[in-house]
Design a protein around this ligand. Structure first.
Ligand code: HEC
Length: 301
């Protein structure tokens, strides 16, 4: 028995030794390779670098072509796609509203504390991040912008946004915030497809970047056989990037619109979750009633 074991171990050791010798030989071969053929390796590396550079250039060219092709020809069918039951999105929308909109727009029917309750923001965080200095949580959301100054600066007073989502609908708001474009002929330097000659500056341009609108001329028959030529919007071209990608910007706008949708009808958040519970209860109740009916009638033929 002992003999057999010894023989096995001997064979194994021999195997290892052979493997070790082979590996050392292979390594030595590898190490000597560059020394024996330095030029061919350098040439291969140079070719590889060139190919990578070419790939990068092709990618850049493709991206530039895509950018110039433009987008937005279908803007009238853009939808907000928001969901007021997405609390995380509502909180992001509130954060961005506080950062980018409250400077000019109030929400006169909304109290800070109500938003805190609905969006499950702890009171200390609400006080620290949402309620502005000098205001109480129970205050309505007001804007520091005096109406007379706004009238002077923009020619219009920024409207209260409490009921804006109910008035115009979330899809309108989404299109409004995504169709600002650079227009040097406007006092603010910006125009908008949804609200032509808009008085509001493009306050989110640091996020979105700058895009220009490309128009095309179309002819249509006018009165008395005349031809009327019109400039109609064709597509946008992004001319300067913002801090967010196109998709990120759309997500930011969706959150803002979601928040305004909630503000327009705060009860809908609770109503929807209550609705689901009520339907579930009714379903369970129907099942119970059915079982009870079967129990009562089982002996009646
Ligand atoms: C610098 C001031 C200012 C800021 C900041 C501002 N707005 Fe405005 N906003 C205005 C003005 C002025 C108008 C009136 C535009 C008009 O009627 O031409 C307006 C109008 C609007 C309208 C109504 C559009 C319509 O169809 O009547 C909406 C919606 C709106 N703003 C949303 C926002 C949102 C969301 C933000 C934050 C991302 C924001 N605004 C930030 C000044 C501002």
């Amino acid at each position: 028995m002992l003999k057999v074991n010894c023989a096995k171990q001997g064979l194994l050791s021999l195997g290892f030794a052979v493997l070790l010798v082979c590996a050392t030989a292979a390594l030595a071969d590898d190490a000597s390779a560059p020394a024996s053929a330095p030029n061919s390796v350098q040439a291969a590396m140079a070719m590889g670098a060139k190919a990578t550079q070419q790939l990068q250039e092709d990618k850049k060219k493709h991206e530039e072509e895509e950018r110039l092709k433009g987008f937005g020809g279908d803007w009238e069918s853009w939808k907000a796609g928001n969901s007021v039951s997405d609390t995380a999105s509502l909180v992001r929308g509130l954060r961005d509203f506080a950062g980018y909109c409250r400077g000019c727009h109030a929400l006169k029917y909304m109290r800070y504390s109500r938003m805190g309750d609905d969006l499950v923001i702890p009171p200390d965080q609400l006080a620290k991040y949402v309620v502005p200095a000098g205001a109480k949580p129970s205050d309505y959301v007001t804007s520091p912008m005096p109406a007379a100054d706004a009238q002077n600066w923009f020619g219009k007073v920024p409207p209260d946004l409490s009921l804006m989502a109910r008035e115009r609908g979330p899809d309108y708001l989404f299109r409004f915030l995504t169709t600002f474009y650079s227009d040097p002929s406007r006092p603010t330097g910006a125009n908008n497809l949804q609200l032509a000659s808009v008085a509001m500056p493009h306050v989110l341009s640091t996020l979105e970047g700058v895009k220009v609108a490309v128009f095309k001329t179309v002819s249509r028959p006018g009165p008395g056989g005349t031809v009327i030529k019109e400039q109609v919007f064709d597509h946008f071209v992004q001319v300067a990037p913002g801090s967010q990608s196109h998709e990120e910007y759309l997500a930011t706008v969706r959150d803002l619109v979601n928040f305004l949708d909630y503000v327009g009808e705060p009860a809908q958040v609770q109503r929807r979750s209550l609705g689901v519970k009520v339907v579930l209860f009714l379903l369970a109740f129907t099942a119970l009633t059915y079982l009870l009916k079967r129990e009562y009638w089982k002996n009646v033929h």
